[in-house]
Design a protein around this ligand. Sequence first.
Ligand SMILES: Cc1cc2nc3c(=O)[nH]c(=O)nc-3n(C[C@H](O)[C@H](O)[C@H](O)COP(=O)(O)OP(=O)(O)OC[C@H]3O[C@@H](n4cnc5c(N)ncnc54)[C@H](O)[C@@H]3O)c2cc1C
Length: 388
Amino acid sequence: MTEKDADIIVVGGGLAGLAAAVSTARAGYSVIHLAPNAPSDRRTSALMMPSVNFLVSSGLIEEPAEHGHPLTAIRIIDATNRLIRAPETLFDAREAGLPAFGWNFANARLLERFQAAAPSNGLITRYESVTAYCREDGIGVVTLSDGSTVGAPLVVGADGKKSLIRAQARIAAREHNFEEAALVCDLELSRSIGSTSIELHYPHGPFTLVPAGGKRANLVWIDEGKVLRDAQASGPEALLSTFQQKSQNLFGALKLASPSVVFPLSVLSVAQAGSGGTVLVGESAHAFPPIGAQGLNLGLRDVADLVASLAAADKTALDWPDQVSADYSDRRAGDLARTGTVVDALFRSLLAEMLPTQMMRAGGLWALKLLPPLRRQAFSLGMGKRSA
Ligand SMILES: Cc1cc2nc3c(=O)[nH]c(=O)nc-3n(C[C@H](O)[C@H](O)[C@H](O)COP(=O)(O)OP(=O)(O)OC[C@H]3O[C@@H](n4cnc5c(N)ncnc54)[C@H](O)[C@@H]3O)c2cc1C
């Protein structure tokens, strides 16, 4: 008979994996977290209020103001030379009756906070990667890079887009790689953007500045991968002059405040987010371009639903891991399908050169600018409200 070493094994040390490991351990389960050392994550995450409220209520962070910067407005500027251009649009959180849409956090800072929220008992972290996964007698058996094995009834795959757990659990996934990529870095501006996120939309994607406190902003520039890699290779001065031009000099002289990193972009969806004692959280279950800041927001909703599925299961039953994975899959299905479809359609519409699509996008933004009920619907979708 296969032995268990813990109730749950979580594979993957990114934000979704760490949030899942800490939250399930805080819920009273014994957890082994397999989190190989990874390079420091230089990205930042705009988290909408429902995600921030989840982080606070589940004890993963305390006061958001201690760790991040508020986002109170989003300004969209059509910087294309297209025949049909969209109007400049400003979304203000006050219209949705909120002091802020959300908060912008450095990923490295969130990782630090999540680690600090780990309970002193019930969570063991091992800095090893997983080389194989199978199930024996109702136990998920995971082989580690040192050749040893660990087992638990429930296995959480939080091992990113190329998830080994997903593949070995035979959960089907569809992935499409885009030619576009995202370049991120920190900039020091001459003129502060306050708490407004500013998106300048170009034909190959937006050039977005997200508030990072004072005169600092986090840049997320989406363009063809080759354009970004060439810009990066052109050296700091040439790169800065490209940023200056792309920002249309709206923020005065810019300074680089960190090295730049380029991320390839893809869209990934799974047939089901859980099955047979395995559940997938974060990018092992869903990935899309960083449009509308949805990725980690969705990953945190995965974690909230995993905790809810665990609470709903009958822990005395032998098949509790199957109950959890089936219930989790049901809970996540609607949210994953809805968010994936909206973000994918939005991204493709931003890139489309076809006149009808340009008209629809410009028309859509005019409608959003002018029609309060539509704006309210867009707010609730962007905030990840579940009742859409
Ligand atoms: C440019 C950019 C900007 C973004 N901005 C936002 C934003 O503003 N708001 C937002 O909500 N989202 C945003 N996102 C999305 C967000 O960053 C991701 O959704 C989130 O970081 C994914 O976390 P994860 O833990 O699922 O995956 P990852 O961070 O990829 O973590 C996966 C982990 O699994 C580990 N792993 C892999 N294989 C194994 C194995 N075999 N064994 C053990 N471990 C393994 C890896 O080492 C890694 O640590 C952005 C994404 C990009 C690219």
